[in-house]
Design a protein. Structure first.
Lengths: 169, 143
């Protein structure tokens, strides 16, 4: 059954456009990265429409906005919202009820330095507010200790592969 | 002649990781290791992970393979759910089992998904799937 959105792209509060991320909180509120609308929506359990809780509906790079490409999100037990804002090369955090976010990982530029994130998908926040980011283009998972300006690699090496080349003469 | 054999990726590297799930109690990260067609369980800071789904470097549609895995989640019993995006299906890997079960999408008897990115479970283990191309989230009730 259709749970959220109508099946037709749109920007009304009961519509979605290219949704990319989901997070279900402990109270069964569903948070959706509504990428095509540059916003985060939340749906109370079995609600017919959502509420915009982050982003503005207009893509951009200021601290109220998300870029046109955003991926997974995480919501902690205090309902603070974390989003992988892919094309702004940053992870954003919106404190519960606040329309202005803060950058909690990444420096806004693309690269492989530990202050940078590159094409982030997966996101998790532990009970100490440490942030885990799966960086698809950096082939690593980094952990950002709360308040830190650089990540620590906790999985992967930053190099994708060990190619095996077989030469037949 | 040079043959390129597989995508590569050993168990101490990642290849285009996408979704993650963190079991904080056990400090285990579950990582959708998209480019190597596996899902790894990786203790934080450990030198390597172990495969919990997929066959390294082997893209396919059989029940032990994945094709473009993106979002993942894990239930309280450590069963693993994988959004197997290019196969347009959701695979359930019961704890300790590398053979998956298709629970939604192509091969389940229901309609194939259209570019799904993300999945989640609610407190009753009902499944939610975000369909990018169809501007909607679908719900599948747990039987």
């Amino acid at each position: 059954m259709i749970y959220a959105g109508t099946g037709t792209s749109g920007s009304a509060l009961n519509e979605l456009k290219n949704p990319t991320g989901l997070y279900m909180d402990l109270n069964d509120n569903l948070y959706i990265t509504d990428q095509g609308n540059c916003r985060i929506m939340t749906y109370a359990y079995n609600a017919n429409s959502g509420t915009m809780v982050a982003g503005t509906g207009i893509c951009g790079a200021n601290l109220t906005q998300l870029s046109s490409v955003s991926r997974y999100l995480y919501v902690d037990s205090a309902r603070n919202i974390y989003v992988n804002d892919l094309n702004n090369y940053r992870v954003m955090r919106w404190a519960s009820g606040n329309s202005i976010g803060t950058i909690v990982a990444g420096d806004g530029t693309s690269g492989s330095a530990l202050s940078q994130i590159n094409y982030p998908y997966g996101l998790w926040v532990d009970s100490n507010s440490n942030i885990f980011v799966a960086e698809s283009s950096n082939h690593r998972v980094t952990k950002w200790v709360s308040g830190s300006s650089a990540g620590i690699i906790v999985a992967g090496t930053g190099t994708s592969s060990m190619y095996i080349l077989k030469v037949n003469n | 002649m040079i043959d390129f054999c597989g995508l590569g990726s050993s168990l101490n590297t990642l290849h285009t990781p996408t979704g993650i799930f963190y079991d904080e109690q056990n400090q285990d990260l579950y990582i959708s290791n998209n480019g190597a067609s596996t899902v790894l369980k990786w203790r934080v800071g450990a030198p390597n992970g172990t495969i919990v789904a997929g066959i390294m470097g082997s893209i396919g549609f059989s029940q032990n393979q994945l094709n473009d895995s993106t979002g993942i989640t894990v239930d309280p019993w450590k069963n693993l759910y994988v959004n197997d995006r290019a196969n347009n299906r959701i695979q359930l890997f019961c704890y300790g089992n590398l053979t998956g079960i298709t629970i939604a999408g192509q091969g389940s008897g229901g309609a194939a998904f259209s570019n799904s990115y993300a999945i989640q479970l609610d407190s009753r283990q009902n499944l939610y799937v975000a369909e990018y191309n169809r501007a909607r989230v679908l719900k599948f009730n747990k039987l």
